[in-house]
Design a protein around this ligand. Sequence first.
Ligand code: FAD
Ligand code: SF4
Length: 509
Amino acid sequence: VRHLLVCLGDQLDPDSALLRQGDASQDQLWMAEVDEESTHVWSHKARIVLFLSAMRHFRDEREADGWRVQYRCLDQHTASGLDAALTEDIARLTPERVRVLQPGDYRVLQRLRSACDQAGVPLDVVDDEHFFDTPAGFNAWAEGRKQLRLEYYYRALRKRFAVLMDGDQPLGGQWNFDKDNRRDFGSSGPGRIPAPRAFPPDPTTRDVIALVEHRFADHPGTLDDFDWPVTPGDAGQALEDFVNHRLAAFGPYQDALWANQPWLYHSRLSAAMNLKLLSPRAAVAAAERAYAEGLAPLQSVEGFIRQILGWREYVRGIYWRSMPDYLQGNALDAQAPLPTFFWTGDTDMRCLADAIGQTLRYGYAHHIQRLMVTGLYMLLYGVHPDAVHRWYLAVYVDAVEWVEAPNTIGMSQFADDGTMASKPYCATGKYIRRMSNHCADCRFDPERRTGEAACPFTTLYWDFLQRNRERLQAVGRMSMQLRNLDRLDATELTAIRRQAQAHRDAVSG
Ligand code: FAD
Ligand code: SF4
């Protein structure tokens, strides 16, 4: 074997630079299903099935293309980690070099490096052209800036890749349609939303489902509704379905919530993109085309493109710039363990029961559920950021560390001391009431911070401000919220602290 080309479970792009630079007559692909990737966090069954099924489809397709694939099935070997499996195969196959696309996960890169070092075989890390930018490109942009902000990076990428541009000006004269994109569904609700295209399990996926039900029986989540895209063909159809049926309303309703509506107008494309079944360039181009053809308004198209060309690239840049220290961040010194209902959804807080319930059922929640329901609650409660990180990395089908960690540790928990967000995303239950119908059916009242009917979000919000008063004083954009805290008298503050503690005692068991 000349080169052993390592294809990780989130690198399933048939046109990747690694494959293009390879030669099927001299090189072999190497893929391994290993326990550790499903157990280093307690992964949702749907996440495990998605990765294993997509890997097996990729193997079959590359073999059909003429590649020789060294593939280790989970139930056919005993090496628990990627490094151990690779070490064994380097000894057996004696390649001249090992090559891999830049992994998405710092830990995996370290493991591959150490396996190759120990075996005395050079490891080449190839730039992952799936992304618009590279970590080095992000660093060059970030260099010398006092504060990093998505908006400026996003504008630079819009210009550089000529996306939604009219010469050197943004199409429509505006970079940003955020203020038009915060609508709720009012009291009448969202009406009929076109159901997303589903991909029921084929025989390969069914085999994997049986394996996962057996081998990871005690893991969270269920598989009855598994219908995620597992091949590039599926992913292309999912994109087309989204663009034709839901993109037009994506923008205005991207922040809205509604009970028992898991998808709303969201694309469900994150997992396909993160596994590289779908190129972000294809997603961006399809959205631009929809605007040009009059299928969707600019506010929706820009809103969608901002998530992919903006946020998705930005968080990757932050991740590689800040690792490995990023995972240790705990700027607000949060120490509480994760309340156990996060693994069951068993709570009478309706917003949380809905978000966690659909998470366990599908391995999916949309952004505002993650940021302003589960994430907000954990922030206000003071859950240790590492426990928060491990939960998000475990329960979503799209969870890969380079995108999950900045969103969780940074954006939602402010544990990185403001690298990702200029202030903590903290709010009372009134925010959730404004954006959803959850509170109407809930036994709590978002207006109340103390007393039996007090909404735990509202109580914990005021407790959070008290607990973090000193630290938050340094965050300019928090001054209005802190001024409101100053208006509460000592008796009220004590009552809030007591109520917050009683809530913690009630849910921590
Ligand atoms: P849509 O709402 O349709 O958005 C379109 C696409 O934009 C997504 O598919 C995704 O690729 C991209 N995108 C949107 N928001 C972000 C963002 N903030 N950062 C990066 N890309 C974004 N996304 C993941 O892919 N994996 C994760 O593990 C993950 N963990 C998160 C944890 C927390 C606490 C939060 C607040 C957000 C997290 N996100 C994560 C970002 C975002 O919530 C998901 O990408 C999105 O909900 C996926 O659903 P969708 O494909 O329907 O997205
Ligand atoms: Fe959630 Fe509070 Fe509203 Fe209940 S009242 S649904 S706990 S925000």
